[in-house]
Design a protein around this ligand. Structure first.
Ligand code: MEV
Length: 310
C-alpha cells in the first residue's frame, strides 16, 4: 500500500445558478486557474494531522470510502497548499474536497474515475455546507465550462459547454470583501424565505441560464452581458447581496459593464467575488484602479481534479 498521495483541484466561478441550483435548477460554472493541492500520508506525522473543518472533511470522505470500498478509517497526515481565497465564492471548499477525495483514491488503490471522486467528495461538501447542490464540486472535478443540475440527491448531471472562440477565457474578478456569513448560512437563509419568492427566483434564473448557455456557445457578448446583469438582479431581489457589492456593481453598470456576485453572497459586509470584464476588460481594469477596488484576473481551467507527482 502507498504511503503518500498528492492531488489538486481548481476553484470555480458561478456565471449563474448560485442558490437556484440547490433547488434543482441549472447552474453554469467555470473552473478557474487557481487550485488547492493536497498531500495525504498514511501514518502521517502528528504535526500534519488535519485540524478543524479539514478534519471533518477528511472523516466524511474516509467514512464514505469505508462504506463503499472498505478502506480503513485511520489517522492520516494532510498537507494543504492553495491559491484560492477562502470564503469568497471561489469554491475553495469544493476544490479541497475534490483534491482530498482524489488523493484518498490513489492512496488506497481505489479505481480512479471522476464519478467516484465526485461521490466521495460530495460527502465532504455536505459536511461543509449542509445541503449543497454539488455544482461547485462538479466544476472542481470536471473542469472547463460546465452546465450542472442536481436532479435528485443521487442524480447530478454535468455537461461541458463548448465556449465560443469569440469569448476570451480570461476574466476580471473584483473582491467586495469576505462575507461574514458562511455559504451554509446563506443557503439556510434562502431556505427560510417565502416558498413563492424562492420558486419565482428559481424559475427566472432557469430561463436566464438557458439563454446564457446558448450565448456562450454562439459567442454573443451582448446576450452574455444581459444574462449576467439579469442573474445579478435576481440574486439582489432575494436579498443575498450586501451594499458594498451592490455599489460596485452599480458603478460598473453606469460605465456600461455588467457584473454579478459569484457564490452564496453575503449581506452584512462583503459578498465575496464579483465577476466582471467578460468583455470590456481594459475598462474594468481602469475603473478598478481608479476606485482602488481589489481585483485580479482568472482564466478558465480546462482540467479538473488531477493526481500530482510526488
Ligand atoms: C455556493 O458556491 C453556491 C450555492 O448555490 C450553494 C450550492 O450550490 O451548494 C450558494
Amino acid at each position: 500500500m502507498r504511503k503518500v498521495a498528492k492531488a489538486s483541484a481548481p476553484g470555480k466561478i458561478h456565471l449563474i445558478g448560485e442558490h437556484s441550483s440547490v433547488y434543482g435548477k441549472p447552474a453554469i460554472l467555470l473552473a478557474i486557474n487557481r487550485r488547492v493541492v493536497v498531500s495525504v500520508e498514511r501514518e502521517g506525522s502528528l504535526k500534519n494531522l488535519p485540524k478543524g473543518k479539514t478534519q471533518g472533511a477528511v472523516e466524511s470522505i474516509q467514512k464514505y470510502l469505508h462504506r463503499v470500498h472498505k478502506i480503513p478509517v485511520e489517522k492520516v497526515g494532510i498537507i494543504i497548499g492553495s491559491d484560492i481565497p477562502v470564503g469568497k465564492g471561489l469554491g475553495s471548499s469544493a476544490a479541497l474536497s475534490a483534491a482530498l477525495s482524489a488523493a484518498f483514491h490513489k492512496l488506497y488503490k481505489i479505481p480512479f474515475t471522476l464519478g467516484s471522486v465526485f461521490e466521495a467528495a460530495y460527502e465532504s461538501e455536505r459536511f461543509f455546507h449542509g445541503n449543497p447542490s454539488g455544482g461547485d464540486l462538479a466544476a472542481s472535478v470536471y473542469g472547463g465550462v460546465l452546465w450542472f443540475r442536481k436532479e435528485t440527491e443521487s442524480l447530478k448531471l454535468s455537461q461541458r459547454i463548448e465556449l465560443s472562440a469569440k469569448i476570451c477565457p480570461e476574466f476580471i474578478v473584483i473582491d467586495s470583501g469576505k462575507p461574514i456569513e458562511s455559504t451554509k448560512e446563506m443557503v439556510s437563509l434562502v431556505s427560510k424565505m417565502k416558498k413563492k419568492k424562492v420558486s419565482a427566483f428559481c424559475e427566472e434564473q432557469e430561463i436566464v441560464a438557458k439563454n446564457l448557455s446558448t450565448a456562450l456557445i454562439q459567442g454573443n457578448k451582448e446576450v452574455i452581458s444581459r444574462c449576467i446583469s439579469e442573474a445579478q438582479t435576481n440574486l439582489d431581489k432575494i436579498g443575498v447581496v450586501g451594499s458594498v457589492a451592490k455599489n460596485i456593481i452599480l458603478e460598473l453598470k453606469n460605465s456600461g459593464v455588467f457584473a454579478k456576485i459569484s457564490g452564496g453572497g453575503g449581506i452584512k459586509k462583503g459578498s465575496g467575488i464579483i465577476v466582471a470584464g467578460i468583455s470590456n476588460k481594459r475598462k474594468v481594469e481602469a475603473l478598478c484602479e481608479r476606485k482602488k477596488w481589489d481585483y485580479f484576473y482568472v482564466k478558465i481551467e480546462n482540467e479538473g481534479v488531477r493526481l500530482e507527482v510526488i
